[in-house]
Write a protein that binds this ligand. Structure first.
Ligand code: PMP
Length: 296
């Protein structure tokens, strides 16, 4: 926190801090090769996450007083101080200091996680019922979803609350034009006639690092065509497969949308292939994508 290694319980600030103006990142470090082995730990796609953190700060008029390399070193030190040797979630948080808005607090909490797509395919064993939220995704000219601000997650929380009330597992937003936008904490992709389609960055989505990764590897490495284009709500109903993608949930297959089953199989064959490949990429098993890994 602000340049020091500190116990979370001692990382205290005043309750009067302007936390509603905060931004953050969600990044994962994976153990190389085998999630159960004590291999080396690599941060997946540090650069795009670090760049997005800086862009989010800029949107909110904040300047990060550290270089990307200094932040990376701080992440490494924090992980080492915890003695973690398993998968780690890294969540840098930045917000203006109370009374001194030109200065910021920089805090980097880290904690361990069970890989979502590990050997047991945790997400795959669950039914994932999604609904189209009655809440629209925040518009870019109101509260830009392209910046990863905590404030944006108020919109997500309303949609999740509605989904829970209606017995659904999650929600998909439409944007203010009525086209499919994203999930509450992940982007969405659908499979239609062998092609993967996903809403464009202009559909009020966060510029997801996972989405960008998949837009590259799905066509180039798996030979499956992808299209980033506007997606109509009914196209989701008519999809062969649909899944969410994001750092946290990795690849989350969707079983139904508005109680209409998506496709015939769960998870669908392309979703499974994409998810399995993504697991290999993050674990450093694909040689040419090792450039996306930064050793802790
Ligand atoms: N959209 C939202 C609203 C998110 O919170 C996230 C998670 N950061 C994503 C998309 C996925 O982004 P990424 O792949 O960079 O984690």
């Amino acid at each position: 926190m602000n340049g020091e290694i500190i116990e979370t319980t001692a990382a205290l600030v005043s309750a009067m801090e302007p936390i509603h103006l905060g931004i953050f990142e969600g990044i994962k470090a994976y153990v190389e090769n085998d999630v159960t082995s004590r291999g080396r730990l690599n941060i997946f796609r540090w650069k795009p996450h670090s760049d997005r953190l800086r862009r989010s700060a800029a949107v909110c008029g904040m300047t990060i007083p550290y270089t990307s390399e200094e932040l990376l070193e701080a992440v490494r030190k924090t992980i080492r101080a915890n003695g973690f040797d398993t998968n780690v979630y890294i969540q840098p948080r930045i917000w203006p200091r109370a009374g001194v808005p030109q200065e910021v607090h920089v805090v980097i909490p880290v904690w361990t996680f069970e890989t979502v797509l590990g050997k047991d395919n945790l997400q795959f064993s669950k039914n994932r019922k999604f609904m189209i939220s009655t809440w629209r995704r925040i518009a870019s000219d109101a509260l830009p979803p392209q910046a990863k601000t905590w404030a944006n997650y108020g919109n997500s929380a309303l949609a999740l609350r509605e989904a829970a009330r209606l017995g659904q597992d999650g929600a998909i937003f439409l944007d203010n034009r009525g086209f499919v936008s994203e999930g509450t904490g992940a982007c969405i992709m659908a499979v239609r006639n062998g092609r993967v389609v996903t809403p464009p960055v202009t559909a009020s989505i966060l510029e997801s690092v996972t989405r960008e990764t998949l837009l590259k590897v799905i066509p180039e490495d798996l030979g499956i065509p992808v299209e980033a284009r506007d997606v109509a709500r009914v196209e989701l109903y008519a999809s062969d497969e649909a899944f969410l993608c994001g750092t946290g949930g990795e690849i989350t297959p969707i079983t139904s949308i508005d109680d209409l089953p998506v496709g015939k199989e769960y998870p669908g064959p392309l979703t499974k292939r994409i998810a399995e490949y993504y697991t290999e990429v993050v674990a450093g098993k694909i040689e040419k994508h090792k450039e996306w890994l930064t050793q802790v």
